[in-house]
Design a protein around this ligand. Structure first.
Ligand SMILES: [Fe+2]
Ligand SMILES: [Fe+2]
Length: 532
């Protein structure tokens, strides 16, 4: 492995933060742009972090205590002092954009200790799809208490932000205003799927406007290909759920198209597997597993025709889940024992569902294997448990790796928290030869890279970058291709430069290096925007 260590973020002690406040605003006394103005901006950012911290305490405390409880006194009072200081000239707005917090237009950069607090607030705001909260001087103790009680009392699962806003008005809560998250823009030409990119709101491709640039064109083709595969798997799953018939022809054509694209530019296609947090998750998972399986099988040396069969088999490896009621699949919270029984049956049910579908007159062995064996594990530690001797097929072994990697890096499978790609890879390597075929796993690491595609990394220059593709030079496997996404101060940059980290300068030193891996899941940062 490389010498890169995964960054562990300690849990923050939110109560222990010193509070930095002033009696009055000092902003009027200081000219913007001056040195003192800069200090003021920095100070506002620090106050902003305090505001986030106290808001977090207020929300958490309100989940436990009534609005009048004394436990709320401290966060409420502190927030009021902060608002008084910060909103002297104009109301102060906390914004959430692309999972980054802002105070007005200033990015609230949080350190490792503050990360847990920021994440907690980001989750809370995201649950309500809140893009901004504005506090003004009219806010009083009762307003903050009422607001927090509503915020935690209503359920964002079955109420919209609009309902929350209406309640706020109805109860006469003053000095607090909510705004919606900005509508994410649909990327042009992204097939016919409804996937939206959580990325930037402009529509320029990083390589320019595109169609004449072969690289941009390849990327666009990959996206369209991905959308087509997702569309066909969606249609087939739906028809199987409804007991209808469907043809696999469309899916097979879409897979073949993907294979052609992958031969051209594997990284562009694999980059799309970082799309993990979209609504149409189930299909994305199937498509991702299919793409990862194809890439792995390609390294194994599968002939092209067999790649298509494998890709198709992988695409429907979770077909058995169509027998599980939607209420169970979408259940918030813990599964019951019965739910788990149904879940554990999906590999076997999958074989049965697939055999019932039209278009497969003779269920190909590979398809059956993909469904039946993908949770078995090499050492049979998984499920289903068998009482007869069994040898797991190559398809099954490939699927186990691709499925586990995608499931663990995503948030929706089995309600787990997602893990960063590098953590998942480390975990999988620790089970090499046990759960996973050791040789295949090694080849898989070659596909996604030792610092996997989609990882967030800090460069020596203090810039953040996202890994676009593995290094071509195996001797320098820890030096992938990256795209810079922030400046050294942490401000996001559009169309950041792409760097081959194996590049050396005149004296033979590497131009740029990774100094550490950043856990993008702890930053709640979706790197997929840099691939779509
Ligand atoms: Fe599965
Ligand atoms: Fe799966």
């Amino acid at each position: 492995m490389s010498d890169i260590k995964i960054n562990e973020t300690p849990v923050a002690d939110e109560q222990a933060q010193p509070i930095l406040t002033h009696e009055k605003s000092i902003s009027q006394k200081i000219a913007r742009g001056s040195e003192a103005g800069d200090i003021l901006d920095q100070q506002m950012v620090m106050l902003g972090i305090q505001l986030v911290t106290q808001l977090n305490v207020l929300i958490k405390t309100s989940r436990i205590y009534e609005r009048t409880n004394a436990a709320l006194d401290k966060p409420v009072e502190t927030m009021l002092t902060l608002i008084k200081t910060m909103a002297q000239d104009q109301p102060v707005t906390l914004r959430l954009q692309n999972d980054f917090l802002f105070l007005g237009d200033s990015h609230l950069k949080v350190n490792a200790q503050q990360m847990a607090v920021a994440t907690s607030i980001i989750d809370a705001l995201n649950a309500w799809k809140i893009g901004g909260i504005t506090f003004s001087l009219t806010a009083e103790s009762k307003d903050l208490r009422e607001f927090a009680a509503l915020f935690v009392g209503l359920d964002p699962e079955n109420k919209a932000l609009e309902d929350l806003q209406k309640e706020i008005t109805a109860r006469g809560i003053a000095g607090i205003e909510l705004e919606e998250q900005r509508q994410l823009q649909l990327r042009k030409n992204f097939g016919t799927t409804r996937n939206t990119s959580p990325g930037t709101t402009d529509n320029k491709s990083p390589e320019g406007t595109g169609s004449t640039d072969p690289k941009a064109q390849r990327k666009m083709n990959a996206k369209n290909g991905y959308a087509r595969v997702a569309g066909s798997v969606g249609a087939l799953t739906q028809s199987s759920r409804e007991g209808g018939t469907a043809s696999f022809k469309q899916a097979k054509r879409a897979i073949q198209n993907i294979i052609d694209l992958m031969v051209d530019d594997e990284a562009a296609v694999l980059g799309l597997t970082t799309l993990r947090c979209h609504d149409q998750y189930t299909h994305n998972h199937s498509v991702n597993v299919s793409l990862l399986s194809i890439a792995l099988a390609n390294r194994v040396g599968y002939p092209k025709v067999e790649l298509a069969d494998l890709g198709l088999a992988a695409l429907f490896h979770d077909m058995g889940k169509s027998t599980i009621p939607m209420e169970v699949l979408n259940k918030p919270g813990e599964f019951t024992d019965d739910d788990w029984v149904a879940m554990r049956n999906h590999p076997t049910e999958g074989v049965l569902s697939l055999s019932k579908m039209r278009g497969i007159t003779n269920l190909p062995g590979r398809m059956a294997a993909a469904s039946f064996e993908h949770h078995m594990n090499l050492d049979f530690s998984g499920y289903p448990k068998l009482t007869v001797p069994w040898t797991i097929s190559l398809t099954g072994r490939i699927l186990t790796i691709a499925d586990c990697y995608d499931a663990m890096t995503s948030s929706r499978v089995y309600r787990r928290e997602p893990m960063s790609p590098s953590k998942v890879l480390n975990m999988m390597l620790s089970k090499s030869g046990k759960s996973f075929d050791a040789v295949l796993l090694k080849l898989f690491v070659n596909c996604v890279g030792i610092v996997p595609i989609g990882s967030l990394v800090m460069l020596e220059t203090n810039e953040l970058a996202v890994v676009l593709k593995p290094a071509t030079d195996k001797a320098n496997a820890e030096r992938p291709f990256v795209r810079v996404i922030t400046d050294p101060q942490g401000n996001s940059v559009e169309h950041g430069r792409e760097i081959d980290l194996t590049e050396k300068d005149e004296v033979g030193d590497f131009r740029d290096s990774i100094i550490r891996l950043i856990d993008n899941t702890e930053y709640k940062f979706d790197t997929s925007r840099y691939f779509v």
